[in-house]
Structures are given as C-alpha cells and as structure tokens.
Design a protein around this ligand. Structure first.
Ligand code: ZN
Length: 161
C-alpha cells in the first residue's frame, strides 16, 4: 500500500502466529522481489503485524523473515550517518536519512526459531528502516532540514491521492 494510507502511520501491535507467518511471509518475499526492494514490512501490505522480510544483495542475500523483532541501536559509536533511502510505499521519494551506523536485532525466523544479528553497515540501516514501519515511522519523519522543501513538495502531490 502506498501513502497516504493511514495503516502506514499506525504502530503495528499484532504478533503473528506461526500459521499466520507461514501464510503471509512467502507472499511478502515475492512482493519484495517483484518490486525490486530489499525489505518489506507487514504494514506496507495492509497488515498491522510485527513482521518484516529482507533480502539484501551482498550483505545478506537470503530471504529472511523477522517476526516480533527487537532492535538495539549502537548510539555510542560513530555519529549518525546520512545515506539515501527510498521506500516502496513512498513512490519517487528519495532522501538522505541520518541513522546510527550500528544495530543488533533479535527476532523469530520463519521456522519459529529465535535468532540475533549485528551489523554496522547497510544491513543495520535496512533493519532500522523496516523496524520503523512497525512503529508507523517513515523516512520523511527522519529527513534533514535541508530536505524540508523537497518533502513538502512531495507531500503536496501525494497527500491528496
Ligand atoms: Zn519503507
């Protein structure tokens, strides 16, 4: 679903059951690849569930499912880094987003087993972006002041649709 669907602005609260994950995760992985994305969160497909999928070329090139993830940001290391991000739900918007470089994440996988991962590069950024979707947070919430007018122009076009 695309902006301005209100589902993108709500905190996802439902932790999907194993059955729900088995039903929905494979289709989310398909949709992610069809859209040439590297991540997709359940609220983006209209489900207020705490789940997202990723497949990040080079860094983690497998279809990975994160159910009920918990993210821990490394806030004491390097200062937040800017990096250009897009979002499948926000067509034609690309913004430099400041994020902490490092993060670790724990979640339950598609097979029901818990796992934990750490990264200080693109993966950590993707996790933060997708996790934000579960909190109803979008990249323009994290835009830098220099991009305020760009965001304003984009929203003028897209808020009404
Ligand atoms: Zn997104």
């Amino acid at each position: 679903m695309s902006w301005p669907d209100p589902g993108l602005r709500s905190r996802a609260t439902h932790v999907p059951s194993a059955e729900e994950v088995a039903l929905v995760a494979p289709r989310m992985v398909e949709l992610m690849h069809e859209a040439s994305g590297i991540g997709l969160a359940a609220p983006q497909v209209g489900l207020p569930w705490r789940m997202f999928v990723t497949c990040v070329p080079d860094a983690d090139p497998v279809d990975r499912v994160f159910v009920n993830p918990e993210i821990h940001l490394d806030l004491c290391g390097a200062p937040p880094q800017p990096y250009e991000e897009g979002c499948l739900s926000l067509p034609d918007l690309r913004l430099d987003v400041l994020r902490p470089k490092g993060a670790s994440i724990s979640a339950t996988g598609a097979d029901g087993s818990p796992f934990e991962l750490s990264d200080a590069g693109l993966l950590a950024r993707v996790w933060q972006h997708e996790y934000d979707h579960l909190e109803g947070r979008l990249i323009f919430d994290l835009a830098q002041p220099v991009d305020a007018s760009l965001v304003k122009r984009w929203r003028k076009v897209h808020d009404a649709q």
